[in-house]
Design a protein. Structure first.
Length: 264
């Protein structure tokens, strides 16, 4: 198996069944907010630390379309966002539930696992390296019209690699060729109100987004208009003035820094 090194990350051919992804780092100390404690007894069995998947579709912070339109709009808690160095992830074998269990065993509780794909358009000089970003549709509950990297939720039973491939194709029409490197992850907390037995209940969920540098096909980019309205190959300087959350600005900055050091 041929292996291509990228600053401590070894990636085999994407088609090779022995593909491995590892990252070595020293002194990792993640400061990740504790999972919100729910006090509503009627939700104890569905919102406890075992992460009951039967409410996954109704509690999801980006894909749920079943909430009562009269309820307050969901929001992200900016006070509970952070970026951390990523622990090693085996993208080919780790499923959503496996990853959540591993983090729980380390004392880190998450309700949801999300992935982000960093795709680059290489340039003649490192400073001109461009990152693919897509603009969220105007009707999105969370951060409408903001730019972000392609990505989304890892579904139950799906490996991280499968989620990367699926989300990339669904949002851009591009096919994933291989994973180049694992980038720093981000964690955040979302809040929303749902109906439970006719009563409004406040729900808080903690999510972790794993980010990866991806090599993708050179097919034409095709957006899902229900989710995104625009795409752009953006440089570091352009990213500074684009409409996006500060947390996403950190993600894109991390991705472009990696690309400038490794792809040119």
């Amino acid at each position: 198996m041929s292996v291509i090194p990228f600053q401590g990350v070894a990636i085999g051919s994407w088609q090779d069944p022995e593909i491995s992804l590892w990252r070595h780092f020293a002194g990792r100390k993640s400061l990740i907010p504790n999972l919100h404690t729910f006090t509503n007894d009627t939700l104890d069995d569905t919102l406890d630390d075992t992460l009951d998947d039967t409410l996954d579709d109704t509690l999801d912070d980006t894909f749920d379309d079943t909430l009562d339109d009269t309820l307050p709009k969901p929001k992200m808690s900016a006070a509970n966002t952070t970026t951390t160095t990523s622990a090693c992830v085996d993208v080919k074998s780790q499923t959503r539930s496996h990853w959540l269990q591993l983090r729980a065993s380390a004392g880190l509780q998450f309700d949801k696992l999300v992935i982000g794909a960093a795709i680059f358009n290489k340039a003649s000089t490192p400073s001109d390296t461009r990152l693919l970003v897509v603009r969220r549709a105007a009707n999105e509950d969370y951060y409408p019209n903001c730019f972000e990297m392609p990505g989304g939720k890892v579904d139950d039973g799906e490996t991280i690699a499968e989620a990367l491939e699926r989300e990339l194709f669904e949002e851009t029409g591009l096919t994933m060729v291989r994973v180049l490197a694992q980038l720093p992850e981000i964690t955040y907390t979302t809040e929303r109100t749902i109906l439970n037995d006719g009563k409004e209940v406040h729900v808080s969920k903690t999510a972790c987004q794993l980010n990866f540098a991806i090599e993708a096909s050179s097919d034409p980019i095709t957006l899902n208009e229900k989710e995104h309205s625009e795409w752009k190959w953006a440089t570091v300087d352009e990213m500074k003035t684009m409409q996006m959350t500060e947390l996403m600005r950190q993600c894109t900055g991390n991705a472009l820094n990696w690309a400038q050091e490794n792809l040119n």
